[in-house]
Ligand binder design. Structure first.
Ligand code: AMP
Length: 174
C-alpha cells in the first residue's frame, strides 16, 4: 500500500533535462513527510541489525536519502561527487555516457580497508554511475555490501553493470 503511494507520488517530467528523457522527479516524495519517512524506513530496516561502516552517497539526490539513513542508523556518510567539487585529495573514476564521459570522485581518506559500505542513489538507470562509485570504494580497499535505489528503470538494465552485488530498489519501472 505505502509502496503504491510512493510510486504514485513520483512525478514524470517529459523532456527534462533534454528531449526524449522522462525525468523521475522525487520532490513530491520529499514534500510528503509521510512518504519520505517511509522510504527511509524501508531502506533502514535492511541495515538496522548489521550497520554498514558508511553510506556512500552519490551526488546529488543520493545525498538526500543517504544522509537521512546515516542519521537514523548512526552511520558515517561519505560523498561521491562530480569531478572538481571535493576540496581535499581525491581519486577518480570515469564512465561512458550516451554522449561523452563523466567523472566522479571520492576523498582518498574517505574509507579504509575492511570497511563495508552501502551505496545510495535516488535512481538506477544505465548503471554507469553506480558501477563507477563501486570502483571508487573498492580502489580504497573497502567492500560494497549493497546498493539501494528508490527507483530502478529496469528497461535500461542497470543491474547488468552491477553483477554479483546485492541491489535493492523500492520502485521498479519496467
Ligand atoms: P545511470 O548512470 O545511467 O544509472 O544514471 C543514474 C544517475 O542519473 C542517477 O544519479 C540519477 O539521479 C540520474 N538519472 C538518470 N536517468 C534519470 C531519470 N530518468 N530521472 C531522474 N534521474 C535520472
Amino acid at each position: 500500500m505505502s509502496i503504491d503511494a510512493i510510486r504514485s507520488a513520483i512525478r514524470d517530467v517529459k523532456d527534462f533535462p533534454q528531449k526524449g528523457i522522462i525525468f523521475k522527479d522525487i520532490t513530491p516524495v520529499l514534500k510528503s513527510e509521510k512518504l519520505f519517512k517511509e522510504v527511509i524506513d524501508i531502506i533502514a530496516k535492511r541495515y538496522e541489525k548489521k550497520k554498514p561502516s558508511a553510506f556512500v552517497v552519490i551526488e546529488s539526490r543520493g545525498f538526500i536519502f543517504g544522509s537521512a539513513l546515516a542519521y537514523k542508523l548512526g552511520c558515517s556518510l561519505v560523498p561521491v561527487r562530480k569531478k572538481g567539487k571535493l576540496p581535499y585529495k581525491t581519486i577518480e573514476e570515469s564512465y561512458a555516457l550516451e554522449y561523452g564521459t563523466a567523472t566522479i570522485e571520492i576523498h582518498e581518506d574517505a574509507l579504509r580497508k575492511g570497511d563495508e559500505v552501502v551505496i545510495i542513489d535516488d535512481l538506477l538507470a544505465t548503471g554507469g554511475t553506480a558501477a563507477a562509485a563501486a570502483k571508487l570504494v573498492e580502489k580504497l580497499g573497502a567492500k560494497v555490501s549493497g546498493f539501494e535505489f528508490v527507483i530502478e528503470l529496469a528497461f535500461l538494465k542497470g543491474r547488468a553493470k552491477l553483477p554479483g552485488y546485492n541491489v535493492n530498489s523500492i520502485i521498479v519501472v519496467d
